[in-house]
Design a protein around this ligand. Structure first.
Ligand code: FNR
Length: 187
């Protein structure tokens, strides 16, 4: 069984990126287990909070999910041509304490996907993640790219992915990443 974890970087209920993540989890091929996670409950990083109370429960839960995964997909929105603060904040927490960076990130396959109502489908936020992944030592998979523009036309009123072509691209992306994560696990 290859375990893939999706993390959505948007908190809003009707998030297109959370909708994309949910669509990715539906109907995965046999042999893939797709778990989803959101960032609800993760506080703003504050060194004083960490010094006084350690790692918050919501961060520990997310960290355990990452550690249990053979591969992680970050479903990233784009804010002002970069990474939304809430998402960067969560990954910053996951890098604490720094002694944990190796077991959370190092050598673990990560990849990026995203959708936005604009014309470029999160290309700039995906690019902005690259130095973050690099510095954490994650193994960034770039075998395919998934940037879906015009998100407002792809989802129905309930936030379900309704566009068939987008669905096909998403499924191919997840399958290719899972194949990679499986092969990486076997090494
Ligand atoms: C945006 N949005 C946006 N979209 C984009 O493609 N490029 C951008 O630079 C920005 N900048 C931006 C800044 C801020 C502060 C907000 C709130 C929004 C629009 C964004 O893609 C849109 O709100 C998406 O719906 C956000 O993703 P979720 O929440 O639907 O997953």
């Amino acid at each position: 069984m290859t375990r893939i974890l999706g993390i959505s970087g948007s908190l809003r209920k009707a998030s297109f990126n959370t909708g994309l993540m949910r669509a990715a989890a539906v109907g995965v091929p046999d042999g893939i287990e797709f778990e989803t996670a959101t960032l609800h409950g993760i506080p703003l990083y504050d060194g004083d909070l960490e010094a006084e109370g350690g790692i918050p429960e919501a961060v520990t839960v997310l960290k355990q999910k990452v550690i249990a995964a053979d591969g992680v997909i970050l479903f990233t929105p784009e804010y002002n041509n970069s990474i939304p603060g809430v998402f960067k904040n969560a990954i910053d927490w996951l890098s604490r304490p720094s002694a944990d960076i190796a077991r959370v990130f190092r050598g673990r396959p990560f990849t990026l996907a995203g959708t936005s109502p604009g014309n470029f489908g999160t290309i700039l936020s995906q690019n902005a993640w690259l130095p973050v992944m690099h510095t954490l030592g994650a193994e960034l998979w770039s075998g395919k790219r998934l940037m879906l523009p015009k998100a407002d036309t792809l989802f129905d009123a309930e936030g379900k992915l309704k566009d068939e072509a987008a669905h096909d691209r998403l499924a191919a992306f997840v399958k290719a990443f899972a194949d990679h994560a499986k092969a990486a696990k076997a090494v």
